[in-house]
Design a protein around this ligand. Structure first.
Ligand code: OGA
Ligand code: MN
Length: 294
């Protein structure tokens, strides 16, 4: 089997075929996947059959794995997936039953419906996320992706100059707060304190400049909160115009990789009494964006 990379648009999203990701990954194929990610930011594989361990092993070829922050904010509950290297993105509880409408984990999970980039609320954020579909609902539950490189390129030069030096404060509690999901313990709140991240960064694999914004970003450091928040809202609104957005409709067996350093994503609604079982492994960035050259 030889690998084929088929672009969905000239610069954003490609489908890769000709690979069984459960098999050991050849260096040339690894490099071809990485090159496709650097160029297209999102890559999609269909018809894969992966255990959690195989998904983790595959991800490890692309960098160290970011441990999931789910356990830090869901203390004292039963977790469905044993490994801390895989995030449970499903609507299932520790016994594989659909989450109750008012369950804390479901309310926390609903924040995936807000535009975000994974783990920007941690000092060293996420790099590549790899989300694999075990079960999907008949209808709805797409994931949308926004191209923050193209969105940056399309900004007027005056805005580019204005935002170049800015640092935003990111906190997971800010995204949850937007949905009035605030019932966390002192210990949970303390485990994930706010962190600074650049608003503009350079994507290392492509050299392209990109916005780096998310619903976790609450304000701009050194600016009145209201001004910074409005600026962030404007940037997210700009970046999520239709021309920058691709929607992925899931099929069981899909594995989608997105580059958190230059994209945002959000889940779309579905009937949450139906099972949607997606599981994610994310690699760690090399450092805080504040420590990386813009
Ligand atoms: C995630 C995420 C969106 C979705 O896995 O990080 O935000 O559609 N998922 O489930
Ligand atoms: Mn996410």
């Amino acid at each position: 089997m030889s690998i084929t990379v088929k672009p969905v648009t000239p610069d954003f999203v490609a489908e890769i075929s000709g690979l069984d990701l459960a098999q050991p990954l050849k260096p040339a194929d690894r490099d071809a996947i990485e090159a496709a990610i650097n160029r297209y930011a999102i890559v999609v594989f269909h018809d894969q059959k992966l255990t959690d361990d195989q998904q983790i092993d595959f991800a490890r070829h692309f960098g160290p794995i970011h441990s999931s922050a789910q356990r830090a904010r869901h203390t004292g509950i039963k977790h469905r997936l044993p490994s801390n290297e895989i995030a449970d993105i499903s609507n299932l509880d520790g016994d594989s039953n659909v989450l109750a409408p008012d369950s804390k984990r479901r309310l926390d999970w609903l924040a995936n419906r807000l535009w975000h980039t994974d783990a920007s609320f941690r000092a060293v954020p996420g790099a590549l996320s790899m989300l694999y579909a075990h079960a999907v609902p008949d209808e709805g539950g797409d994931t949308e992706f926004a191209d923050l490189r193209a969105a940056y390129d399309a900004l007027p030069q005056t805005t580019k100059d204005q935002i170049e030096p800015l640092i935003a404060e990111h906190s997971i509690w800010h995204s949850r707060g937007q949905l009035a999901v605030t019932k966390y313990t002192e210990e949970e709140l303390k485990s994930l304190p706010p962190v600074p991240q650049r608003v503009v960064r350079r994507h290392p694999g492509s050299g392209r400049k990109t916005l780096y914004v998310a619903s976790h970003a609450s304000h701009i450091i050194g600016m009145p909160i209201a001004d910074g928040r409005l600026l962030l809202m404007d940037l997210i609104e700009h970046a999520t115009q239709r021309q920058f957005v691709h929607s992925h409709t899931w099929k069981q067996g899909d594995l989608v990789i997105w580059d958190n350093r230059c994209t945002m994503h959000r889940a779309r609604p579905f009937d949450t009494t139906e099972v949607r079982d997606l599981r994610r492994v994310t690699t760690r960035d090399v450092a805080s964006t504040v420590e990386q050259a813009a």
